[in-house]
Design a binder for this molecule. Structure first.
Ligand SMILES: Cc1cc2nc3c(=O)[nH]c(=O)nc-3n(C[C@H](O)[C@H](O)[C@H](O)COP(=O)(O)O)c2cc1C
Length: 223
């Protein structure tokens, strides 16, 4: 079982990283799990310039770290996305990954399980979680769980016993969802509607302009 964790905060030892590290340690305890933690701080990423080349060819024009990251996600069974809240949204770095990582149109997370992790200090943490969860759902993932955690000034998140229990439960469910290929009927139905009535007809209308997208779908057995 392959799991990829992405820390969308530049701070490798910040609040988001603390929760993600706790998840990493828990996942490592399962003998059949390979887990990798990726920090945005270690990636070289340019902004999306909206050229549309990836829709046509399946690949980005920039030769930075994005294709390797998408490849890792594509080959994972589960993904954990973590982001701090910046102005009631994900961090800029996480947004670059979302824009360039072939998520929605190419259905990068089709058939995968996911967890979202959001931290905040004052207000807007739920908005950030909604943004991450929508991305996961629209990209084809089944959401096993989510953590939205408020970090109080000069406090240590993991001193909160309830948070530790929640992390333990979410990771446990995530692992067993993947191992047992758990069905989430409502999520599956929602994704079916989004894909069949929204994304697929849109792409088919675009014809050869979206050959790269079709290539991804074919590889994933979606068409
Ligand atoms: C540029 C910036 C914008 C922020 N905006 C918000 C916000 O809108 N709401 C909030 O509650 N916290 C906000 N914060 C605080 C962070 O979300 C919070 O400290 C988070 O836990 C930091 O996570 P990290 O240590 O993993 O980077 C902001 C922090 C920064 C640096």
């Amino acid at each position: 079982m392959n799991i990829v964790i992405i820390n969308g905060s530049h701070r490798k030892h910040g609040a988001t990283a603390q929760i993600l590290n706790e998840m990493y340690q828990r996942l490592k305890q399962y003998r059949d799990v390979e887990v990798e933690m990726i920090h945005v701080a270690d990636l070289e990423l340019k902004y999306c310039v909206g050229c549309g080349t990836c829709y046509k060819t399946g690949e980005c024009i920039f030769k930075d770290d994005i294709e390797n990251l998408s490849w890792k996600i594509e080959n994972a069974d589960g993904i954990i996305l973590g982001s701090p809240t910046y102005a009631s949204n994900v961090s800029g770095q996480m947004k670059v990954i979302i824009d360039r990582g072939h998520f929605v149109m190419e259905q990068l997370l089709y058939g995968k399980y996911a967890i979202s992790v959001t931290t905040y200090e004052n207000y807007g943490g739920r908005d950030t979680a909604k943004i991450l969860n929508r991305l996961l759902a629209y990209s084809g993932a089944k959401i096993s769980g989510m953590i939205v955690s408020r970090k109080r000034f000069q406090s240590d998140l993991l001193e909160d016993a309830r948070l530790k229990v929640k992390i333990k439960k979410v990771v446990h469910r995530f692992y067993h969802d993947i191992a047992g290929k758990r069905k989430y009927i409502l999520q599956d139905m929602k994704h079916f509607i989004i894909f069949r009535m929204g994304i697929r007809p849109f792409v088919l209308r675009k014809g050869s302009q979206y050959d790269g997208v079709m290539k991804h779908w074919k590889r994933r057995g979606m068409i």
